[in-house]
Design a protein around this ligand. Structure first.
Ligand code: BGC
Length: 755
C-alpha cells in the first residue's frame, strides 16, 4: 500500500511531530491515536529475541520471553558463510513477525580493535570487508520478512570502558578504511531500515549529534534511506542531534527532549522542515512494518533450535589437530571440565537470551551412548578447581584413550559494559590442561569464549576446537564435530595473538577514560601482524578441516585494470581428502608500489564452497578499483596509484596458495601545491610535474648528483635517485644550482601545469 505520508504529516501538530522523535517506553515508539498512527515494538538482537514484556532494561538483567539463542556474532562471522547469515536473518525476522516486533536491534558490527573489548563476542571481526558482507547478508534475511534491522553501534565504539562519554580519537583514513566500511557495505547492499548511533564521541563530537557522520557520510556519501536511532540514552543535545541527522531517541526522555524540539521550532532555531524530514523517515519505516504484517508467522522454537545447532556446527573453528580428531566410534574418552555439562553459549548484557533449551556436549554424548566418563574438575563461574578436580581429571585422562577438556571463560570475564583486563583463561584451567596433557598425549581442548585467549599449552595438546559462544545448540554441535558427524568448516574472523602485549592497540587501549587514541591507524588485526611479520598463535582466516583442499588454475579476466573495470578472479579448488568438507576461499590484495602506509595485504573477497571427496569446483570473485584503494584525506576520496597489485588467493591469511599480478591505471590525481618545500621525489612521481622536472634537470645537467644519475653503476644511480627524492626545491639555492627568483619561476610553472 502506498501511503501519502506528506499529507499525513501536514495534518500533525508540532507537538505530535516532536512526540514521535522519542520512545514511549523502553521498547515502544509513541502512537498518535488521533491520526491512527500506531506504536510499534523493537527488541534486542542480534542473535535471538530479547522481548521483555514486563520489567524492562537494556542490560539483559530482567527475564525476557522464551526464545532461541543462536550463535553470537563471534561465531557466525567465523562461518564466512553469507548464506548462513541470511538464513539466520530470515529465521529471526519470522520470529519477530510472530512476536509482533517491528525492528530487531542488530547486527552489531564494531571492529575488534583489541581482543580485550568486553563486547567482542557480539561483534564480527577485525576485518571490515568480512564484517560488511556478513552484516549485509543478515540484514537481507531479517528484512525479507518485512521486519527492520538496526545495525549498530555507529561508530567507533570499540571498547566498553566509558563507552557513554569517551572520545574515540581516530583519523578519517582509519575510519573510512577500518571502522566504517562494515556499515557502508550494509547500507549500500541491504539498506537497513534503521541504524543505531553509538554512545561515544568521535574526535570530540558525540555520534548522536555528529553531522559529518550522520548526514554527510551516512546519507550523502552512502545513500542511507532509513532513520537513525540512538543507542539507549545516547542523546546529548537533542536539538543539535536532530539537525545532525538523528531521528529517534530511545528509550524516552519523559517528554523533556520533545519539548526542546517544540521550543526550538517556535523560537526559530530549528527549521520545521528538518523535523518533518525526520518524521517522514520514522513513518516510512513504521509503515513498512505495519503494512506488511504476517499474521500467519509462527515462532517454532523446536525447529529453530535445530537450526541453531546446525549453525553452531558451521561456525566452529578447528584450530589444531594432529589427527586425533575426529574421534573414532568406541574410543574410551574422558570428558573433563564443567563446560561439558553447562556450556557457555552466550555473553552478558543486552543480547542475553532466555533460551528455549540448552543442550550440552555431555548429555548429547550420553544420549548417543558414547563411551565417556566425566569429571567436572573446575567451576564454570570462577577461577576455581572443584574438590580434587585436578587429581580426578588426571586420573580420568590416564584411564581413557582420549581426554577432551571443555574449557572456557566464565561469564564474569567478558560482558557488555566493561572490558577484559587480560587475555587469559582462568589460571586453574591453564594448569589443568598442562597436567592432563602431560599424562595423556591425546588431549583435546574445546574452547567456549567470545574472543581470543592466550593458549600457552597449544603445542602440547593434540587438538583444539574453538566453539566460541555457539548459542543454545553448542553442545550438540560440538558432539557432531568431535565425533566426525560434521566436518569443521569455520575460519577465524580475528587473529589469535600470542600475547596481549603483541596487539596493535596495546599501548592505547582503552585510553584515559576521556579519550582513546587509535594511534595504530589502519594497522588493525592481521593488517598489523602481517606488516610487522610478527608470529601469532593463529592467523586471521585460519581453520582446519578433516579433509584437504588443493588450489590450481588461478585465472584473472585481464592483466590490466582501470578506474572503471571489474576484474574477475577464478580459481579451482579440489577436495583431495577422503571426506566431504567446506573450504573458504580467501582473496587478498596487495599494493606492490611501495605506497606509504599500506598494510601488507587486505581481504577483498571470500567464498565458501562445499566439496565432496575428489570434487573440483571453480570459484569466482570480483574486484574493482575500490578494492585496490586507500582513503586519501586531502583528496576526500578513494585512491590507488597506477602500478602493480598482487592478487593472493588461499586458505588463510598465512596460507596463500596462488598469486597473480594486475597492472592498474588511474586517471585520479592527488592534490599537489608546489612550494619551496616540495621534494624532487613528489614532483618526479606526479605525471603532471614530472616532464617539467625532467626538462629542468636535463638543462641543469651536471653537479655531483647529476653525474651519479648518469652513472653506469646501478648502485651509484640508485643512491643518487634516493638522495634526490628527498631534496626540497629550496635546496637548489644552497647547492648554488639556481637563485631564489629562478626557483619561484619554476614553482609558478609547476603550479600552472597542475591547475
Ligand atoms: C546497547 C545496545 C542495545 C540497547 C537496548 C544498549 O545498552 O548498547 O546494543 O540494543 O542497550 O538494549
Amino acid at each position: 500500500m502506498e501511503r501519502d505520508l506528506k499529507t499525513l504529516i501536514s495534518k500533525m501538530t508540532l507537538e505530535e511531530k516532536a512526540s514521535l522523535c522519542s520512545g514511549a517506553s523502553f521498547w515502544y515508539t509513541k502512537p498518535v491515536e488521533r491520526l491512527g498512527i500506531p506504536a510499534v515494538m523493537m527488541t534486542d538482537g542480534p542473535h535471538g529475541l530479547r522481548k521483555q514484556v514486563d520489567e524492562s532494561d537494556h542490560l539483559g538483567l530482567n527475564e525476557s520471553v522464551v526464545a532461541v539463542c543462536f550463535p553470537a556474532a563471534c561465531a557466525t562471522a567465523s562461518s564466512f558463510d553469507t548464506e548462513l547469515m541470511t538464513k539466520l536473518g530470515e529465521t529471526l525476522g519470522n520470529e519477530c513477525q510472530a512476536e509482533n516486533i517491528s525492528i530487531l536491534l542488530g547486527p552489531a558490527v564494531n571492529i575488534k580493535r583489541s581482543p580485550l573489548c568486553g563486547r567482542n563476542f557480539e561483534y564480527m571481526s577485525e576485518d571490515p570487508y568480512l564484517t560488511g558482507k556478513m552484516a549485509a547478508a543478515y540484514i537481507r534475511g531479517v528484512q525479507s520478512q518485512n521486519v527492520g534491522t538496526s545495525i549498530k553501534h555507529f561508530a567507533a565504539n570499540n571498547q566498553e570502558f566509558n563507552r557513554m562519554s569517551c572520545s574515540s580519537e581516530v583519523s578519517e583514513r582509519a575510519l573510512r578504511e577500518i571502522y566504517l566500511p562494515g556499515f557502508e557495505e550494509a547500507v549500500k547492499a541491504s539498506q537497513p531500515k534503521t541504524i543505531m548511533c553509538s554512545y561515544n564521541k568521535i574526535n570530540g563530537t558525540y555520534a548522536s549529534e555528529n553531522e559529518w557522520l550522520l548526514n554527510k557520510v551516512l546519507r550523502d556519501d552512502w545513500g542511507f534511506k532509513g532513520y537513525v536511532v540512538t543507542d539507549w540514552s545516547a542523546v546529548a543535545d537533542r536539538v543539535k542531534g536532530i539537525k545532525a541527522g538523528l531521528d529517534l531517541e530511545m528509550p524516552s526522555s519523559n517528554g523533556v527532549n520533545d519539548a526542546k524540539i517544540v521550543a526550538a521550532v517556535k523560537d526559530g532555531t530549528l527549521d520545521e522542515k528538518i523535523l518533518d524530514r525526520t518524521v517522514e523517515r520514522l513513518l516510512t519505516v513504521l509503515y513498512s512494518y505495519v503494512d506488511n504484517r504476517n499474521p500467519d508467522a509462527v515462532f517454532d522454537r523446536s525447529a529453530d533450535h535445530e537450526k541453531a545447532v546446525d549453525m553452531a556446527a558451521e561456525c566452529a573453528v578447528l584450530l589444531e589437530n594432529n589427527g586425533v580428531l575426529p574421534l573414532k566410534k568406541d574410543t574410551k574418552v574422558a570428558y573433563i571440565g564443567s563446560f561439558a555439562a553447562v556450556p557457555r553459549y552466550q555473553g552478558g548484557g543486552s543480547s542475553h537470551i532466555n533460551p528455549s533449551k540448552v543442550t550440552s556436549a555431555l548429555e548429547t554424548a550420553q544420549a548417543k551412548n558414547r563411551e565417556i566418563t566425566y569429571v567436572p574438575a573446575f567451576s564454570t563461574e570462577k577461577d576455581e578447581l572443584l574438590e580434587n578436580g585436578l587429581e580426578n581429571a588426571v586420573a580420568a585422562a590416564k584411564n581413557a584413550e582420549v581426554a577432551v577438556i571443555f574449557a572456557g571463560l566464565p561469564d564474569s570475564f567478558e560482558s557488555e559494559g566493561y572490558d577484559r583486563k587480560h587475555m587469559n583463561l582462568p589460571k586453574v584451567q591453564d594448569k589443568l590442561i598442562e597436567a592432563v596433557a602431560a599424562v595423556q598425549p591425546n588431549t583435546i581442548v574445546v574452547l567456549h569464549n567470545g574472543s581470543p585467549v592466550e593458549c600457552p599449552w597449544a603445542e602440547r595438546v593434540a587438538a583444539i576446537l574453538e566453539m566460541y559462544l555457539g548459542g543454545q545448540g553448542v553442545g550438540e554441535a560440538c558432539d557432531r564435530l568431535l565425533w566426525g558427524e560434521c566436518n569443521p568448516c569455520g575460519r577465524l574472523a580475528e587473529t589469535f595473538p600470542l600475547r596481549i602485549q603483541d596487539t596493535p592497540s596495546y599501548l592505547n587501549f582503552p585510553g584515559d577514560g576521556k579519550k582513546v587514541h587509535y594511534a595504530e591507524g589502519v594497522y588493525v588485526g592481521y593488517r598489523y601482524y602481517d606488516s610487522r611479520e610478527m608470529p601469532v598463535r593463529w592467523a586471521f582466516g585460519h581453520g582446519l578441516s578433516y579433509t584437504k583442499f588443493e588450489y590450481s588454475n588461478l585465472v584473472l579476466s585481464a592483466n590490466t585494470m582501470d578506474d572503471a573495470s571489474k576484474l574477475t578472479i577464478s580459481v579451482d579448488v579440489t577436495n583431495s581428502g577422503a571426506v566431504a568438507g567446506k573450504e573458504v576461499v580467501q582473496l587478498y590484495v596487495r599494493d606492490l608500489n611501495g605506497t606509504e602506509g599500506r598494510p601488507y595485504k587486505e581481504l577483498k573477497g571470500f567464498r565458501k564452497v562445499a566439496l565432496k571427496p575428489g570434487e573440483t569446483k571453480t570459484v569466482s570473485m570480483e574486484i574493482t578499483a575500490r578494492d585496490l584503494s586507500y582513503w586519501v584525506e586531502e583528496l576526500g576520496d578513494w585512491y590507488a596509484p597506477s602500478g602493480n597489485y598482487a592478487v593472493l588467493v588461499g586458505h588463510a591469511s598465512d596460507d596463500i596458495r596462488l598469486t597473480a599480478e594486475v597492472q592498474f591505471t588511474t586517471t585520479k590525481l592527488l592534490p599537489l601545491v608546489v612550494s619551496m618545500s616540495t621534494t624532487f621525489g613528489e614532483l618526479l612521481k606526479d605525471p603532471r610535474t614530472a616532464p617539467v622536472m625532467q626538462q629542468m634537470m636535463a638543462k641543469m645537467g651536471q653537479g655531483a648528483v647529476g653525474a651519479m644519475m648518469g652513472s653506469e653503476d646501478p648502485s651509484a644511480r640508485a643512491m643518487a635517485e634516493a638522495m634526490l627524492a628527498g631534496l626540497p626545491l629550496k635546496a637548489l639555492v644552497s647547492f648554488g644550482a639556481a637563485n631564489p627568483e629562478q626557483i619561484e619561476g619554476l614553482i609558478n610553472t609547476l603550479n600552472s601545469v597542475i591547475a
